[in-house]
Design a protein around this ligand. Structure first.
Ligand code: F6R
Length: 615
């Protein structure tokens, strides 16, 4: 939520900052703003709406030229997305400008006190209070960094803050608590951002800041302290992808590019996991085999699409490792007093590694003494840093708000974890594990094949653009796939869409079926557990008898479904548990095409943001 950029160097700061914001716009696009230090003053501009509105305003009135600047794209929390509420916010004297990601929970008290002391606050935001608090602290603190530390000690909640001060025109000062912030180290220039994507075109050398730290960024240096001014430790790393990975590469939308990248992402996530003797080697996981043998229960915590990966993980983990496994929505987890102990392994699945609900679930589990493993796509993000172990997915940067390639790589990661648990617990022989690994190794090609034959999905999607509602049915691992198909359609096409376990239909949802209602059915392989297949074929007949228009996703060679399908979408034959890797892809394409047919921007759906850093 909210994209933040800061720059100190010798290039025009405005260009660097606006370019960085363009790469971060997926984090929030309600409004955008920039501030540049120039000639002893702050020149700023901000506009409600997408970055394009700010760009237009800057063309009309270019800012003064300066080489130090900050910029922000907003996902509104306090106050509507208006010009006034857009960041940056200034203090009473106009000498300090602040941008902010997160929520300052005690802002109402801080604001009331500031107003009582005579400050005039112009916006409805929590952020503006920080600018005025800095103004108050500055005379005694003797500098922006110390003032920032003093202010942070008064703040409750989650925040990344960036500030500039006319009295120190060579610096940007930033602080973080429970919200992402990275430093980019250049040659004679340095960067700050909520995500490396903002500066990847300039440098791949990054510094990951710790919790409750303040950084003072200058052209040739950066200084990191805690909130009390003590020097603080940080972690330097090299980003292993380049700027082209974060660009559209000829596609109309990032989402289309990311769907197309799935075969490679799956292959990259599998790379180097199998040892020479056929055993799985997840060395980077940092949980010893001893620790894993000790585990007697697994709880998965995740949100949205990642929670659907978690539901599929439950099937794989219980089937392969024989450990009981539950999947919990991270936003509910800590409020119901879950039973956790040292023998519980909590697995947090998160693409961004910054989702606040999941982070809070991780912290709760840690307090209860559980062991913690994260499956994450963003190196050095908060969730893996707070877990005992991490398995990184190698999807590369996912920019479109709707998750696609990250989901498929999360599936690969959970399959690997399930097999690894089976291996260390001695539940499966090496040759059995090797057999599944080779099935997984064949998946990139199978996903590629789905992409090659997906045209009928596009056609049917376009034909449904004026429908009000689409239902999705599945059984076994096809049930979470149905939920995922419905979620994609809701978020991109703004349509009513529901996913159901096909067996639940007759317990209520079948009442929704009437003439012409489109129902997408994910059919399990007839070669696997035939009972599953037979049951869903009956379900298709039941809805068809009541007038449903059936869009059936079924394996090549499955002839039993042909007569009941108004539209038949073929997927390659794969083992039952692995089917989500291929059956999800047509549903992604379906939602993307239908939303595009309705004229929506699929990369930036309304009301959403990529990384949800508020609870
Ligand atoms: C939907 C989507 C979201 C995310 C959810 C969790 O397409 O992308 O539902 O899956 O917000 O995000 P992460 O995985 O970053 O924790």
């Amino acid at each position: 939520m909210c994209g933040i950029v800061g720059y100190v160097g010798d290039r025009p700061a405005l260009d660097v900052v606006v370019d960085g914001l363009a790469r971060l716009e997926y984090r929030g696009y309600d409004s955008a703003g920039v501030a540049v230090l120039a000639g002893g003053t702050i020149d700023s501009a901000k506009r409600a709406g997408k970055l394009a509105n700010l760009r237009a305003a800057l063309e009309e009135r270019p800012l003064a030229e300066g080489t130090v600047g900050i910029g922000h794209t907003r996902w509104a929390t306090h106050g509507a997305p208006t010009d006034v509420n857009a960041h940056p916010h200034l203090d009473c004297t106009g000498s300090v400008a602040v941008i902010h990601n997160g929520i300052i929970e005690n802002f109402a008290t801080l604001r009331r006190d500031l107003e009582e002391r005579g400050h005039e606050l112009l916006s409805e935001t929590d952020t503006e209070a920080v600018a005025h608090l800095l103004e108050e602290e500055m005379p005694e603190a003797g500098g922006l960094a110390e003032a920032m530390r003093r202010v942070c000690r008064k703040l409750e909640g989650a925040f990344t803050l960036l500030a500039v001060d006319t009295a120190d025109p060579g610096a940007v000062v930033a602080a973080r608590r429970n919200s992402p912030l990275v430093v980019g180290r250049g040659d004679g220039e340095n960067f700050l951002a909520s995500d490396v994507a903002a500066f990847i075109a300039h440098t791949r050398d990054a510094v990951e800041l710790g919790q409750d730290q303040v950084v003072e960024l200058r052209r040739d240096s950066f200084t990191v302290t805690d909130f009390f001014g003590h020097p603080a430790a940080y972690n330097e790393y090299h980003v292993d992808w380049d700027a082209s990975a974060a660009e559209k590469g000829g596609y109309d939308y990032f989402m289309l590019k990311e769907i197309a990248e799935q075969p490679q992402a799956v292959a990259d996530t599998l790379l180097g996991r199998a040892g020479l003797d056929g055993t799985l080697a997840l060395d980077e996981m940092r949980l010893s085999d001893e620790d894993l043998r000790d585990i007697d229960k697994i709880v998965i915590v995740a949100c949205g699409t990642a929670s659907h990966a978690g539901m599929i993980a439950k099937y794989a983990i219980e089937h392969w490792s024989r450990l009981p496994c539950e999947m919990e929505l991270a936003s509910e987890f800590r409020y119901r007093d879950p039973i956790l102990d040292r023998q519980t392994l909590v697995i947090a699945i998160s693409q961004s590694g910054e989702t606040m609900d999941t982070l809070m679930a991780v912290r709760h589990a840690k307090e209860q003494g559980a062991r913690l493993l994260s499956i994450c796509n963003v190196n050095g993000s908060s969730i893996p840093r707070e877990c005992d172990a991490v398995l990184y997915t190698h999807a590369g940067p996912e920019v479109a708000v709707a998750s696609t390639k990250a989901f498929l790589t999360q599936l690969v990661a959970v399959y690997l974890v399930a097999l690894y648990l089976a291996q260390v617990r001695g539940i499966k022989y090496t040759d059995e594990i090797t057999a599944v690994i080779s099935q997984l190794a064949a998946m990139p090609e199978k996903v590629e094949k789905v992409l090659d034959i997906v045209e009928p999905v596009r056609e049917v999607a376009r034909s449904l653009a004026s429908e009000k509602c689409v239902l999705f049915l599945g059984r076994h691992v096809g049930f979470p796939v149905a939920l995922e198909g419905a979620l994609k359609l809701k978020e991109l096409a703004y349509m009513h869409a529901e996913g159901f376990a096909a067996g639940e239909l007759k317990h209520g949802p079948i009442a929704l079926i009437e003439d012409g209602v489109p129902v997408v059915v994910v059919v399990p392989s007839p070669r696997g557990r035939s009972v599953l297949h037979n049951k869903i074929v009956s379900n298709i007949q039941e809805i068809r008898a009541r007038g449903a228009r059936t869009i059936v996703i079924a394996e090549e060679g499955d002839e039993a479904v042909v007569q009941y399908a108004d539209t038949l979408i073929r997927i390659p034959d794969v083992p039952t548990l692995l089917q989500p890797l291929v059956s999800t892809v047509p549903l992604q394409v379906f939602a993307c095409e239908l939303a595009t047919a309705k004229g929506h921007d699929v990369d930036q759906p309304r009301n959403l943001a990529k990384s949800v850093t508020v609870e």
